[in-house]
Structure formats: C-alpha cells, structure tokens
Design a protein. Structure first.
Length: 343
C-alpha cells in the first residue's frame, strides 16, 4: 500500500469538514455531534441519514457528492487516525473542551507504546484496557504502532461514561478496522471484563462526586470526595492479570499530597511501583499541568520488585541525542530488572 501524503490527508479532512459544516448549520448541532452524524453516514455506505427530513434536497445532494469523494479504503490505520485527529483539533478551536476531555498528545502515546513494546513480545497476545478511553486516541496510537512494528493478536477494550467521546472512539475504531471493544459505563462500577495483561490510561484528574460508589475502594477518602485518579488506578490494578503491567499518565507531584500515602500503601499491597518518569515539560502549557508516567506491575506470576525503581525526567524531544540516550537507559534498566509481561 502506497503511503499517502500530507496533502492527501488534508484533502480528506477538507472534504469531511465540508460535510460537517453542512450538517452543523442545517441541524444546529455542535461540531462534534455533526461529525458523529457524518461519520455514521460514511460507515453506513455513504447514504445520507435524513429520517426527519431536516436536510433539504440540495444539502442531501451536496453531502452525497462529498461522500462519494471520500474513500478510506486506501488509508492505513494511522492515516485514518490522523484525519480524525484533525477533526478533533478543529473541534477544540470551535468549542470549549474541558482538559479531561481533550485527547492525549501523540508524543505521549508513542512513549507508552515504546514501554509496552519493551516488556512484551510480538507473538504474545495482548489484552489492553483503558478505563478512561475518551476519544480513543491514546489506545489507538499504541495499538496502531504495535501492529506496524509486528505485534499481532492485540485486543483493546475502552471504557468511558461520556457518550459523545465514546461515539468518536467507536468511529475511529471502525474506520481504522481496529479490534477494540468499547463500553459505555462508569469505569468505577463493576464491569464484566476479561482480565487484561496491559492497562494504560491518561487519567482524568479531580474528585469523584458519588461518595457512596467508592466506599469499597481502599483508596477512597476518609472524608469528602475521593480523587478519581486514585480510584481509577485501584480499579485498573483490579482489572490486571497477575504479573500484568499498568502504565498511567498522572499529574506530576501525585505522591506529594497527603492523600497519596493511602494510594501508595495500596499499590505496595497489590503490586510493585517499578517506574516514575516525568514527561518533557515542553508538552504542557503550565507547571500545574505537567504530567508523569507511572509504571506498576501487579503481583503474581513471577513478577518482582525492581531492585532499583526507575526515576527520572524525559529530556526534551528537541534534543534528539539526549532523548535517544535516555531511551537507551530505559532499555538497559528493563533488561537488567527483567521487567516482562508473563507469557
């Protein structure tokens, strides 16, 4: 398959944008809701959905013409994802999107995929779970890159209680032909999940409002609301197979709060804190928004605590020599500590 150019991707995005604008203006929808309707038309074979006759004949004809020009069959999974990413970036400019709903930057997804690749084998079946999947961008970056690098037999599961974000994740999974199951539910609730050997998540930060739902969790606050990111780490570790690995994007300074002592005790009870790496500062608009990667391995199946927990700061992406050297240090540490997913 010939790789498409940036111009090909931009042309496809421009066509999508034409269709979105037509639907948005005629049906008075948000940008994302209009995109979901357009994507449903495309996935339905290019037939314009117009059950209530809200679109006049001229608009239906123009949409049909645009759909006929759209062809994702020659796109790779990653090229489809890039088109959808352009749509999402445009929506962020159009509408005020809260930070917890914005997609994880690709650069962070690339680092998570790198870690998953280093602790697994290409012929090893991977069950990857994201309990805060949102638009699916992080899960799809990781799965697309793993498959491009020769990993096979990968199945993803994403959970989210926001129906708009999950609809976008579903559209992306279908257009990319990715093996992902999506569950529309509060991730804190009991879920009929197959235990995963990898959990990854860009955790939402803040308080969980329903105190009665989190009483069973060891990390719940003794008074007031509990931190949702603490509860989701616990929920994720519950969902891991023995020896499985969780990689979380967390607020920098997570363990500096007084509530973090309860979280740390829980992690030490059920798993091993293997690494804590600060992400490049250039990725974040302010000091308060800076994040880190937390790597936890669940106990069991010959998992063991690393003799030396990996701590450090990723260098700037712009300093290629330093960055490459840091990745080499991670490689050496993984090899020395024998950090692997169980077969």
């Amino acid at each position: 398959m010939n790789e498409l150019t940036i111009e090909d991707i931009k042309k496809t995005f421009d066509l999508l944008e034409q269709a979105i604008d037509l639907v948005q203006k005629k049906e008075d929808l948000s940008y994302l809701d209009a995109f979901i309707q357009v994507a449903d038309d495309i996935l339905g074979g290019g037939e314009v959905y117009n059950k209530d006759q809200e679109l006049d004949e001229e608009v239906v004809a123009r949409l049909t013409e645009v759909y006929q020009q759209l062809d994702f069959e020659h796109f790779t999974q990653e090229e489809v994802r890039q088109v959808i990413q352009l749509v999402l970036l445009r929506s962020y400019r159009e509408e005020k999107i809260q930070a917890n709903h914005q997609m994880t930057p690709d650069s962070i997804g690339v680092l998570l995929e790198y870690l998953v690749e280093k602790v697994s084998r290409p012929n090893q079946g991977l069950e990857i779970l994201d309990l805060a999947v949102g638009t699916g961008n992080l899960l799809e970056v990781v799965m697309n890159r793993l498959q491009a690098n020769g990993w096979q037999n990968i199945h993803g599961v994403g959970v989210d209680n926001d129906d708009t974000l999950l609809a976008i994740a579903s559209i992306a999974a279908q257009l990319e032909k990715q093996n992902i199951d999506l569950i529309h539910q509060d991730a804190i609730a009991d879920l009929p999940l197959q235990p995963a050997n990898v959990v990854l998540s860009d955790l939402p930060v803040g308080y969980y409002p329903l105190d009665e739902r989190v009483q069973r969790f060891a990390t719940h606050a003794k008074s007031g609301h509990s931190y949702v990111h603490h509860i989701l780490i616990e929920r994720s570790l519950e969902s891991l197979q023995p020896g499985g690995i969780g990689i979380f994007v967390i607020p920098r300074g997570l363990f500096e709060t007084k509530e973090a002592q309860t979280l740390l005790r829980y992690i030490q009870q059920v798993g091993y804190l293997q690494a804590l790496l600060n992400l490049p500062t250039e990725l974040f608009a302010s000091e308060n928004s800076q994040k880190s990667l937390l790597v936890i391995q669940k106990k069991g199946n010959d998992a063991h605590q690393a003799e030396q927990v990996l701590l450090g700061d990723f260098p700037s992406f712009k300093d290629k020599k330093e960055f490459s050297s840091f990745l080499n240090q991670i490689d050496q540490w993984i090899s020395k500590e024998k950090l692997r997913l169980p077969e």
